[in-house]
Design a protein around this ligand. Structure first.
Ligand code: OOG
Ligand code: MG
Length: 265
């Protein structure tokens, strides 16, 4: 197959796996040419297909594998990024149906909401903080399309960094109100503390992860746009979720967010 065919083939396989809720084998074995660069092309093709088929549009971006906890859990030691679409957003208070998921997990994150454009290639932590309108607690539901949630860096990038759904708090906070590095985090599952962390778990400073992404995006001619939301990447490992589960993430100084799951249709 020629390269553009490989890109479209993989994008299509991943699209169908998500739509029809089944696992696929990772693609690096079948396509040894699948490197990081080609994988971002697959991600773009997949995004275009979803926007077209699902009549939705880009609402922001997400970082992945930005904390040691996540890198060790997944055995992938470099960060990645992905796209968030409008139809992936969930709102606090709604019960989240588990039916569309293959084998979803949930993770605690920080959402940055931008009111200015951020364009690489020399974006710093300060640039990110200056362009941020608000920060707020967030959770991401990830749902790798790969068998047993196992992948290489290129595979996970092609699969839009495992993204599935996201939710962020409706109470917004100024970045100056907190020290993002020292900001403590407590993650609870069904009332029990399952993880604790602090902002610095994400690349030393959560805004550093966002700056890293902005500097990568420009290689593809892209930037963070005003109005977009960016998820920092999880501050702890991710947790399996099933119907009936209830999760809460609380951050020092910026409040909490809750997510409850149901098997009701
Ligand atoms: C890849 C996506 C990781 C995060 O926050 O670290 C991610 C995965 O673990 O499936 O979203
Ligand atoms: Mg995540």
């Amino acid at each position: 197959m020629i390269k553009t065919d490989v890109v479209d083939y993989i994008a299509n396989e991943l699209y169908k796996a998500e739509r029809d809720c089944y696992e696929v084998d990772k693609f690096v074995d079948q396509f040894p040419e699948l490197n990081v660069e080609l994988a971002y092309k697959v991600q773009e093709s997949l995004t275009e297909k979803k926007c077209r088929e699902e009549n939705t549009k880009i609402s922001g971006r997400k970082l992945g594998l930005t904390s040691r906890a996540k890198q060790e859990m997944m055995g992938v030691h470099e960060p990645s990024y992905g796209i968030l679409l409008e139809n992936m957003q969930l709102f606090e208070g709604e019960r989240i149906r588990v039916h569309p998921f293959i084998h979803a997990k949930i993770e605690p994150e920080i959402a940055f909401i931008f009111d200015k454009e951020v364009k690489g290639p020399s974006v710093s932590v300060t640039d990110i903080l200056e362009a941020t309108a608000y920060i707020t607690p967030a959770v991401e539901i990830i749902d790798s399309r790969y068998r047993n949630f196992k992948f290489t860096l290129a595979d996970v990038i092609a699969d839009n960094s495992s993204s599935s759904r996201y939710m962020f708090g409706e109470k917004f906070h100024q970045v100056d109100d907190v020290d993002l590095r020292l900001m403590g985090m407590v993650f609870k599952k069904n009332g029990e503390v399952v993880a604790t962390s602090a902002g610095a778990s994400v690349m030393g400073h959560p805004a550093r992860a966002v700056a890293w992404m902005a500097n990568k995006l420009i290689e593809r001619g892209q930037s963070i746009n005003p109005g977009e939301v960016v998820l920092s990447g999880a501050l702890s490992e991710a947790f399996t979720l099933t119907a009936g589960d209830h999760f809460s993430v609380s951050f020092d100084g910026i409040g909490a967010l809750e997510a409850a799951f149901t098997d009701k249709k």
